[in-house]
Design a protein around this ligand. Structure first.
Ligand SMILES: NC(=O)c1ccc[n+]([C@@H]2O[C@H](COP(=O)([O-])OP(=O)(O)OC[C@H]3O[C@@H](n4cnc5c(N)ncnc54)[C@H](OP(=O)(O)O)[C@@H]3O)[C@@H](O)[C@H]2O)c1
Length: 394
């Protein structure tokens, strides 16, 4: 069997490490061509020694220089040029887009334009420029495989059924660490608690987004573009066990769900192996042992960020990108301990109110009302970042 050449963007992160775990179990099927990350020199060096890629990219120039000085026998590159070289690497058939943040946009777009198979974890790509990404994939014939467990579940539930029979998507959410905490006690939340996700082990930014449920809001946006379903037909509810990863409801009333133990290696393996299924010896689901699976509606008062995200998607234009950029700034500042958890949604609400005011002005920048491509998406993201920065306490 010909091995699939893989470019892994974000190799040192949670998605990256899990992807390498899957690849390491199937050395007969995959060849790591390129690894890319931001500045984790030691981790990257270790991965280079183990997987022998032909190109290693560290976005940070100083970090890339240190990697080069280690003389590991690999070509080293840095910056956006390095990431674009990684995404467009000629011997790569599959690009795993697993970086965190808007930096993932250009490389992912290039991979789609070039018709590569793209396993997409970097949710910012679809949140900021979903329409442009889908258009690029359609034009080149690129296949976009969602890594996020919910979208991966929906992708699996859609297999074999024409999209015109889809009535609704049901996105499940764990509810994060505060699902049982009454709203009156949200003032007691600590950063350590917000970082302790009950079901999933993920990077810090997405873990905070799970606690606020902004993450689910971003997932509604992703689902809208990945599956072409309007926001009003995407339902979110809390499923605390994170066993049912999401569902598709069809016009005949049938609901198809995908279930599994919460382990990101399962959706990653699906994307890597697609259309085959890889053999994995990950923990297995034992429903009889579990006894019950619970589902409940989302309390909008506890999770205002979800409402903000759905409103931004409904507003359209640059609103999702503005919200996402603002959220990145606010979460980063929160992770630095600059303010309390309960202020996150308030700052983001102010940003979105500012946006509504701005777009009502005749001289408002066009990218706030219409995203025509990656540049517009990044401009709207930047607008959101600046607006949020101006509102941060201290
Ligand atoms: N973790 C999950 O289970 C999960 C599930 C669904 C979706 N996602 C999505 O997948 C993406 C990655 O999440 P994660 O949890 O894996 O994040 P993470 O653990 O924080 O890892 C982020 C990765 O991105 C790299 N990176 C950051 N900035 C970069 C830049 N400017 N240039 C190149 N590389 C850069 C980091 O490199 P350094 O180590 O050098 O900083 C690291 O490899 C996010 O969009 C997230 O929303 C994650």
């Amino acid at each position: 069997m010909n091995k699939t050449g893989v470019t892994l963007l974000g190799s040192t992160g949670s998605i990256g490490v899990n992807t390498l775990d899957v690849i390491a179990r199937h050395p007969d099927r995959f060849r790591v061509e390129v690894l890319a990350a931001h500045s984790s020199v030691e981790k990257m060096a270790e991965q280079v020694r183990r997987f022998s890629p032909r190109l290693a990219v560290l976005f940070d120039q100083g970090a890339a220089r240190r990697l080069e000085q280690m003389n590991l026998g690999v070509k080293v590159a840095h910056g956006m040029d390095g990431l674009l070289e990684a995404a467009g690497w000629p011997d790569t058939q599959l690009v795993v887009s697993g970086m965190v943040g808007a930096v993932g946009l250009r490389p992912t777009y290039l991979a789609l334009e070039l018709g590569r198979r793209v396993a997409l974890a970097n949710k910012e790509t679809l949140v900021l420029a979903g329409e442009a990404m889908v258009a690029a994939a359609q034009k080149s014939g690129a296949v976009m495989l969602p890594v996020d467990s919910e979208h991966n579940a929906i992708f699996q539930c859609l297999a074999g059924s024409p999209r015109r029979f889809v009535e609704r998507l049901h996105l499940t959410a764990s509810g994060g660490p505060f699902r049982d905490l009454p709203l009156e006690r949200f003032g007691e939340i600590t950063l350590a608690q917000a970082l302790a996700h009950p079901n999933w082990k993920m990077g810090p930014k997405i873990t905070i987004d799970s606690a606020t449920m902004m993450n689910k809001g971003l997932e509604v946006m992703e689902a809208r573009w990945l599956f072409g379903v309007p926001p009003e037909n995407i339902q979110v509810f809390i499923h605390r066990e994170s066993i049912v990863h999401s569902m598709v409801e069809y016009t005949d009333g049938s609901v198809i769900a995908q279930l599994g133990v919460p382990d990101m290696r399962t959706p990653i393996a699906y994307c890597l192996g697609w259309p085959d299924r890889l053999a994995m010896d990950t923990p297995r689901l034992d429903l009889a042992q579990m006894g019950s699976l619970r589902f409940q509606p989302v309390d909008p008062a506890k999770y205002p960020c979800l409402g903000l995200a759905v409103a931004a998607l409904t507003r359209g234009g640059g609103a999702p990108a503005v919200l996402n950029g603002a959220n990145e700034v606010v979460v980063a500042a929160y992770l630095e301990g600059r303010f309390h958890f309960s202020r996150i949604a308030g700052i983001l609400t102010q940003v979105m109110e500012g946006l509504a005011q701005e777009v009502s002005r005749p001289q408002a920048p066009p990218f706030l009302t219409q995203i025509s491509g990656v540049d517009d998406a990044l401009a709207a993201d930047q607008w959101g970042r600046q607006a949020a920065t101006g509102l941060l306490p201290g």
